[in-house]
Design a protein around this ligand. Structure first.
Ligand code: NI
Length: 129
């Protein structure tokens, strides 16, 4: 298990609200833990993201604050606190939030937030909160 750089070994209790308070940019996921080859990330989002798909991986969103909308080509869903969704690989989606929304994401290490889209919203990977 990879641990947060600079942290002493030993499993830590991770407070998501505390971690989210450290996130200073929208649509910019921050790693809070790893398990096996996966990153656990938090993100603060507001406004509209871009249409994109992830050709190599499914993507999980869990809402911990606010409401997350996700547009698909054939429908739009709304997720509230405590609700989650897994977007299958290859499926085009466009997340949006009318007001501040906080998310937990679990995805393979190195997953790019903008997927196959070339966008200035592409966030650097492996940035810890
Ligand atoms: Ni995505």
């Amino acid at each position: 298990m990879q641990r947060e750089p600079g942290r002493s070994p030993g499993p830590a209790v991770i407070n998501l609200a505390d971690k989210l308070a450290l996130v200073d940019a929208p649509w910019s996921p921050r790693v809070v833990a790893t398990l096996n080859d996966y990153d656990v990330k938090v993100a603060r989002v507001t406004g509209e993201f871009i249409w994109h798909a992830h050709d190599d991986t499914d993507e999980m969103f869990l809402v911990v604050f606010g409401i997350l909308g996700i547009e698909f080509r054939d429908r739009t869903v709304e997720l509230r606190v405590g609700e989650m969704i897994v977007v299958p690989r290859g499926v085009e989606h466009r997340p949006f939030a009318r007001e501040e929304c906080h998310l937990l994401l679990i995805e393979p290490r190195g997953t790019v937030n903008t997927g196959d889209a070339d966008s200035p919203l592409r966030a650097p990977n492996d940035v810890w909160a």
